[in-house]
Design a protein around this ligand. Structure first.
Ligand code: HEM
Length: 510
């Protein structure tokens, strides 16, 4: 009886023991209750630390693949985290129903302004808001709208080629094409979004936008996304960010830039100075004029901001993968040149319709997106409250699950010898196998959160690769070179150093 009377004071006196007891019990409960049937390394059932270390080291794709090869389609990667490796499960987790909402992995991606959470579709788990954001930008992102913008892309491409010609000269001096492609796609995304670009190719990056995107939108989110509660003590904390980056929001500079560009565009519209193709922002403004309730100013700016943050690194990565692998494999290089130069007889400026009709080029692009997806970690989702059956196993509600494109793209059954660059896999005679491969191509995600910029990106990639081979003979400066890359949210490579020799027949069109 006495022990009960004295319990509160006993507990108070031994509170460190109590806290330890609670922590140990909750770790053991997580370890041995809900996910006990999901295989994985023992340590991962207790802590996410090994995964954090893998992401910190820039090699989570290798860690993910190793564990899936060992344990199968379901791997427990943390006390409440399951990685799914079965291509057939894509449609279970990522579908139109939106039942599996964005997991806390996306917390570090969230940006706040004076009105609260910025409604960036990438992070929205509020289905109504997400549907609204997608709906109000649907027409601006459509392929029809994109095709109208081809002249803007062609103008930036012509400037890229002029700069490359100056560097390479006729002697074919080496240039870091990987870096040029990053600047190029940034100019293109500004051009199609705002109608004018900032000439990153010539002027560089005065506001440090590209390094901010690399370190915050690429590295930070991938690392802290593994332990999202940490975010509020790091860049989610106004004081810390103002000390580290000198402002309240690390993405604030890019958001300010998007606001300024939209304001500038509005002024040009009022002054009737806008001519040429209907740009992304113009399309949203026209929609707003027709029906002001359909899209607010804040939503419009958010879409423009999203284009800048999501659209450049990813597309540059895909372009680097294609050019590197094509020049690395002489047989592929010659087959692609034959298709582009001799059979289709493309000339500059290359139209998307002409380039997109080329089957081998299409296969090369798909293979590049497969072998080196521009995003490096699983797209996290939360299992709905009622739980779900994935790969035949019941997973309780609240658990974080996700599929990494690197895991499904290296599935041994669908993609034998997955580390080999083989565009022919997309042209195989077995049409049902090719259809399964297409469904497993997960670079742009799937379901309700599929990449909104897929059309822009594919247009840019298809046109650029075809244009390059029309304009230049390309070779690696060091034929034995490999591309080094770090795998975080983005997977940017370094080392695409090439020599370019202009093809005379195409010089006069520049
Ligand atoms: C090769 C190029 C690209 C790749 C591989 C890529 C990849 C992705 C992926 C994987 C997601 C979804 C992540 C998830 O499911 O949680 C996504 C979403 C998104 N992407 Fe892309 N992206 C690319 C280019 C672009 C471009 C050029 C833009 C804009 C101009 C863009 C805008 C967006 C937006 C707005 C979302 C959010 C969609 C939503 O959640 O509803 N992306 N992208």
């Amino acid at each position: 009886m006495a022990i009960f009377t004295n319990t509160p004071s006993w507990l108070l006196g031994h509170w460190p023991l109590l806290v330890l007891g609670i922590i140990v019990t909750s770790v053991l409960a997580k370890r041995y209750l809900a996910l006990r049937n999901i295989p994985g390394p023992f340590i991962a059932s207790l802590t996410r630390l090994p995964r954090v270390i893998a992401v910190l080291g820039g090699r989570p794709h290798e860690w993910d693949l190793k564990l899936h090869r060992k344990y199968g389609h379901l791997v427990r990667m943390g006390p409440d985290l399951v990685s799914v490796g079965d291509p057939a499960a894509i449609n279970v987790i990522y579908n139109a129903s939106d039942k599996f909402q964005k997991s806390p992995f996306y917390v570090p991606f969230m940006i706040y302004d004076e009105e609260g959470l910025l409604p960036d579709p990438l992070v929205l788990s509020d289905k109504t808001m997400h549907t609204r954001m997608k709906k109000n930008a649907y027409s601006a992102y459509s392929m029809g709208s994109m095709l109208q913008l081809e002249p803007l892309v062609d103008a930036v491409t012509a400037r890229l080629f002029k700069s490359l010609d100056e560097i390479s000269g006729t002697a074919g001096h080496a240039c870091d094409l990987g870096q040029w492609l990053r600047l190029y796609v940034t100019d293109v995304i500004f051009a199609v979004t705002f109608g004018e670009d900032m000439d990153f190719m010539q002027k560089g990056d005065p506001i440090g936008m590209m390094s901010m995107l690399e370190y915050i939108a690429g590295d930070y989110v991938a690392i802290v996304g593994q332990i999202p509660w940490l975010h509020k003590f790091l860049l989610g904390n106004g004081l810390v960010t103002s000390l580290v980056v000198g402002r309240n929001s690390p993405d604030g500079a890019v958001l300010d830039l998007a606001r300024a560009q939209v304001a500038r565009f509005r002024e040009k519209v009022s002054a009737q100075e806008v001519s040429g193709p209907c740009t992304f922002v113009q399309r949203l403004l026209e929609q707003q004029q027709k029906d002001p309730s359909s899209i607010t100013d804040r939503e419009l700016i958010t879409h423009a901001f999203g284009n800048i943050t999501a659209g450049a690194d990813t597309t540059a990565i895909a372009m680097r993968t294609i050019i590197f692998n094509v020049v690395k494999h002489p047989d592929i290089y010659h087959r692609l040149c034959r298709e582009i130069r001799d059979e289709a007889k493309l000339s500059l400026p290359v139209s998307y319709a002409d380039a997109n009709a080329l089957r081998y080029l299409d296969a090369v692009i798909k293979e590049a997106l497969r072998i080196h997806p521009p995003n490096g970690v699983m797209y996290g989702r939360t299992v709905p409250a009622e739980g779900a059956t994935i790969c035949g196993q019941y997973i309780p509600g609240g658990v974080e699950v996700g599929i990494s494109p690197w895991v499904v793209h290296y599935d041994l059954e669908l993609f034998p010898e997955p580390e080999k660059f083989q565009p022919e896999r997309w042209l195989a005679d077995d049409s049902s196998l090719v259809a399964r491969r297409r469904r497993a191509l997960f670079a742009f995600s799937a379901g309700s959160h599929t990449c909104l910029g897929k059309n822009i990106s594919l247009m840019e990639i298809t046109k650029l690769v075809a244009s390059f081979l029309v304009r230049y003979d390309i070779a690696l400066d060091d034929p034995g070179a490999t591309l080094a890359f770090k795998c975080r949210w983005f997977t940017p490579q370094k080392g695409l150093v090439v020599t370019l020799v202009g093809r005379e027949s195409q010089e006069e069109v520049l």
